[in-house]
Design a binder for this molecule. Structure first.
Ligand code: SF4
Ligand code: SF4
Length: 136
């Protein structure tokens, strides 16, 4: 059976120089499509991938990643903003790798473009009043 999943990989600077994606292709016959790549303010690497392959090899590839210290997050979750809590402080704007937040210059309010969100979860901790919520 073939699977195709969208996942987020979080990895430390130490792993950034290692060919982890190359190994997924070569050793586990997986195909990938990079949807987004960025480095967080804490210098953590973040890669949003669509990863496909045979279920058995996909599972082995995921095990290889976790054994090498890569934190994997599924994108089968939904991040929403609790509008009543948001104070429009703007702390989320630079954190978001998908540019899902924009400051409207006239109103000084922060708009959240849900359709751009990759559900990486970075804004959840960064939001002072905890307005960003993850729903599974
Ligand atoms: S960090 Fe939180 S409170 Fe501040 S603008 Fe973003 S969602 Fe709103
Ligand atoms: S979870 Fe938050 S930081 Fe991550 S892409 Fe969505 S809005 Fe941006």
């Amino acid at each position: 059976m073939t699977v195709s999943k969208r996942i987020v990989l979080h990895f430390s600077k130490r792993l950034a120089d290692r060919p982890i994606i190359y190994r997924l292709v070569k050793d586990y016959n997986l195909e990938f499509n990079i949807l987004k790549a960025s480095v967080t303010p804490e210098k953590e690497g973040l890669l949003v991938l669509e990863l496909s392959g045979k279920q058995e090899e996909y599972d082995k590839g995921i095990r290889y990643l976790t054994e090498n210290g890569v934190r994997i997050q599924s994108l089968s979750q939904n991040v929403i903003r609790n509008e009543e809590r948001c104070t429009h402080c703007g702390a989320c704007i630079t954190i978001c790798p998908a540019d899902a937040f924009e400051l409207e210059s006239l109103t000084r309010r922060v708009t959240f473009y849900n359709e751009r969100c990759l559900a990486c979860g970075m804004c959840i901790k960064a939001c002072p009043p905890r307005a960003m919520e993850v729903h599974f």
